[in-house]
Structure formats: C-alpha cells, structure tokens
Write a protein that binds this ligand. Structure first.
Ligand code: FE2
Ligand code: FE2
Length: 171
C-alpha cells in the first residue's frame, strides 16, 4: 500500500512526464514545419519516451493499490526564436525533471517506502541519460551557431546520437 504522501508525489510526477511529452510534441511540430525532418523525428520519439515514463508511473501506482490521476496539463510553448533556444529549453526542462526525481527519491526514503525507492532506480538511471543527451545536443547546437550548413548536417545526423553513461538504465 502506498502512503498518501507517496501517492501524491508519484501523481505529481505523472503530470510532469505528461507535460514533458506535450512539450516535446510541440517542439517536434515546430521543427517539422521549419523543415528539419531529422530533428522533428527525434522530438517525436522523445515525446513517446516521456509518455512511456508516465505510463510506468501510472501502472506502478495502480499496482500498489493507489489510483493514478490523469490531470489537466500546462500548455507547452509552441514556437521558438531559434533551434538553439528550443534545445536550451529542452535541456532546462530535463534538468528540472532530474530535480523532481531527486525529490521523489528523497520522499520515498523519508517515508521508508523501500519498494518505491527500488522502483525509482530505473528512473534515476534513465534521467541521467536524458540529461546527458540534452547537454550533448545543446553543445553541438552552440558549436553550429548560425551556420545553415551545420544545421543541415546536424538534422541529418541527430538520429545517430547515442549517449553512453556510466550507469545503464534498468528496464
Ligand atoms: Fe521522462
Ligand atoms: Fe526526459
């Protein structure tokens, strides 16, 4: 059985993941209409991933005798001044998500909910990867600057970006 505090914290995290999925879907659309097919494809996939994270949390709450809450979401930004700005926002958002997961892990320990603490370990590892990926992309975009040719190549190659971190996510 989940405590009310844990259930509420997990439900808050469901909302954060759902909002992440919407944020990246909006970025995918913006990239697509701007003609960057590769970036759009990448962002659509990111959006799906965030939804998967959300579903994992949903199922965990329901399995543990709680009730996952599907709530209203904040509307995402739908336009950006540049790709650099878009990827800055993506990176900032991943840093924000990392902080929220840390807080969640902290609450699980405080509540002495070791099952939830254990469950959250995949999430911690996954988030290390997500933040590293966002940082790598932002570094590349900063290197490219205003160079159109660079952006063209980046759009072509973004699918090949893989990040290896010291910790493998436990699926
Ligand atoms: Fe996520
Ligand atoms: Fe993410």
């Amino acid at each position: 059985m989940l405590s009310n505090t844990i259930e509420k914290s997990l439900n808050d995290q469901i909302r954060i993941e759902a909002e992440s999925s919407q944020i990246y879907l909006a970025m995918a659309c913006w990239a697509e209409v701007k003609g960057l097919e590769g970036v759009a494809k990448f962002m659509y996939a990111q959006s799906d991933e965030e939804r998967d994270h959300m579903l994992k949390l949903v199922k965990y709450i329901n399995e543990r005798g709680g009730h996952a809450q599907i709530s209203a979401l904040k509307a995402p930004n739908v336009t950006f001044n540049s790709f650099k700005e878009m990827f800055e926002k993506l990176f900032e958002h991943e840093v924000f998500v990392s902080a929220s997961i840390n807080e969640l892990v902290h609450i699980a320990l405080q509540e002495k909910d070791y099952a939830t603490h254990n469950f959250l370990q995949w999430y911690v590892s996954e988030q290390i990867e997500e933040e590293a990926m966002a940082r790598t992309i932002l570094d590349k975009i900063k290197l490219i600057g205003d160079d159109k040719g660079g952006l063209y190549l980046f759009d072509r190659d973004i699918q090949q970006l893989t990040i290896t971190t010291s910790i493998d996510p436990v699926q």
